[in-house]
Design a protein around this ligand. Structure first.
Ligand code: GLN
Length: 533
């Protein structure tokens, strides 16, 4: 078998240019041409993983099936490619250093001085190659986080330089930059791109392909100029113009022939043109909705939509599946109060309560669950959102006035949500929650069963607290039913109110496994229940 090819995607000029989307789009096109592809993200920060990061810092923490807390770009990779990523798809500087320091403590370096080059760069290279060798991928795309020129990125760029030198034509570098438009001058400017490529060259890396983000179409002359100054063939200077949805980017990159150019440069057969039919069908439905619905997403990080990335994308997929345009209103839970909750939530066709941690905004979320239950408004609660629905039901239906989760109130007389037994001795924060995929048995005849159409499901988790089974019978009798249970432990995974139009709370995170061409059934059914046809 031919050896694995490695494509690196670096970024210059500014952050937020969409390296993750370009990487995922290229991967999609190569996959559609018949190649086995995966993507990896290297993050230059010192946290071991983003699990301990506040969402305001770094957006959502994405959880893989194998229980790794990772960068949100992995969500894009899974949604675009319909693949399952793992711990090895996301490596941080913290993890690299931790591995090297652990080796040093074990004495593996035999008395040598441990240095950035070669020890840190060797570890980076090992993590990159590990992914290729493990599952015999044809192509591994590695996205290097941050911007060229950052101190933090230097060891990664150096590792890339070494890999190019070691593997020659099996390695290819794509550099993504910005060509800004200066309104006053009426011109597109290429200088930032030239400088950014110069910086890469100073570090010994010549990019093979340049992808230029732009708000206006690039002329031939501009491409020619960039090619000349940056040592790149003119056909390898690719335009990436702003589009309405990230899901158009693969088609745009196909038009620009990014995939063909990359394959030729790697010496791989171009094969047949990707059909991408299901993808196009998704876009067609997305752009031509027949229905409209308004859904309120209640959370406490609404100032930063990245904090709810996977949920927002799941609605895009489920909206298209229902041929429905979704007006998703992000509602700050701290603004929902006893005095105003009815007016704050009025006019919504559905309410979803987001996952979360800690006390801030919790009473607003509980009020939102009450409003949805009392007014027969379709409701989906995810993780903390499900826990809020349970607390609300306990307080207002079971008349357990001070019911709460012991996360928020340690001395509540009714801890209807309580710390899991296995969590009781845990003191360390990083990577210690109940994480990743666990089985759930779904009861027949329920909304969940109607969605999944099967008995046994596996969904991803990220929590320390659970439904307190001491109250199981009280809830069941009063009309909130446990409709999904973990078969080994009896942990309540799904609750429903059968009397209600559509009221579902899930302890797991369906948003992590919704894909463009496989929208998540829970989101699809939830959206469906909100549409007035
Ligand atoms: N804080 C809650 C728990 O740990 C919910 C977590 C979440 O929403 N991801 O159980």
């Amino acid at each position: 078998m031919a050896s694995t090819k490695y494509i690196f995607v670096t970024g210059g000029v500014t952050s937020s240019l969409g390296k993750g989307i370009i990487s995922a789009s290229l991967a999609k096109l190569l996959q559609a041409r018949g190649y086995k592809v995966t993507i990896q993200k290297l993050d230059p920060y010192i946290n071991i993983d983003p699990g301990t990061l506040n969402p305001y810092e770094h957006g959502e923490c994405y959880v893989t099936e194998d229980g790794a807390e990772t960068d949100l770009d992995l969500g894009h990779y899974e949604r675009f490619l319909d693949i399952t990523t793992s711990q090895s798809n996301n490596v941080t500087t913290g993890r690299i250093y931790q591995n090297v320091i652990n080796k040093e403590r074990r004495g593996d370096f035999l008395g040598k001085t441990v240095q950035i080059i070669p020890h840190i760069t060797d570890e980076i290279k090992r993590c990159i190659k590990l992914l290729g060798s493990k599952s015999k991928f044809d192509v591994v795309i590695t996205e290097i986080g941050g911007t060229v020129g950052d101190i933090e990125s230097l060891p990664y760029i150096e590792a890339l330089r070494q890999l190019r030198w070691e593997m020659g034509k099996n390695v290819l570098t794509i550099h993504l930059t910005l060509v800004p438009y200066l309104k006053a001058a009426g011109e597109l400017k290429t200088k930032p791109t030239q400088h950014s490529v110069k910086m890469l060259l100073e570090n010994g890396v010549q990019p093979d392909v340049l992808v230029l983000r732009t708000e206006h179409k690039l002329t031939k002359d501009i491409k020619k100029k960039v090619a000349l100054f940056c040592n790149v063939e003119q056909e390898s200077v690719i335009q990436s113009i702003d589009v309405n949805t990230i899901y158009e980017v693969p088609l745009l990159m196909q038009e620009e022939k990014l995939d063909e150019i990359v394959l030729k440069k790697l010496g791989l057969p171009v094969k047949e043109t990707p059909a991408l039919e299901p993808w196009k069908e998704f876009l067609r439905r997305f752009k031509n909705p027949k229905y409209k619905t308004t859904i309120g997403l209640v959370g406490k990080y609404v100032e930063l939509a990245d904090a709810y990335k996977s949920i927002i994308e799941s609605f895009v997929h489920a909206g298209a599946a229902n041929e429905c345009e979704i007006d998703l209103k992000l509602i700050h839970s701290e603004n929902i109060k006893n005095e105003n909750y009815e007016s704050a939530l009025k006019g919504l066709n559905g309410i979803i309560i987001a996952p979360g941690f800690g006390h801030r905004g919790i009473e607003g979320k509980i009020l939102a669950a009450k409003f949805a239950r009392e007014n027969n408004i379709p409701f989906l609660g995810i993780c903390l959102g499900m826990q809020c629905a349970v607390i609300e039901f306990a307080r207002n239906v079971l008349k357990m006035d001070e019911a709460h989760s012991s996360e928020m109130n340690r001395t509540t007389p009714f801890p209807v949500i309580d710390l899991m037994e296995e969590q009781k001795g845990v003191t360390e924060k990083g990577g210690t929650m109940r994480l990743g995929g666990y089985d759930c048995v779904v009861k027949k005849g329920t909304n969940a069963y109607k969605a999944y159409k099967k008995n046994l499901i596996v969904e991803r988790h990220r929590h320390r607290y659970e439904f307190n089974n001491a109250y199981f019978d009280d809830f069941e009798k009063a009309g909130m039913k446990a409709t999904g249970l973990n078969p080994e432990t009896g942990l309540v995974e799904i609750v429903e109110i059968p009397e209600h139009k559509w009221f579902v709370g899930v302890q797991f995170h369906p948003e992590y496994s919704s894909r463009v061409i496989k929208p998540h059934p829970i989101f699809v059914e939830f959206v469906k229940s909100t549409i007035n046809k």
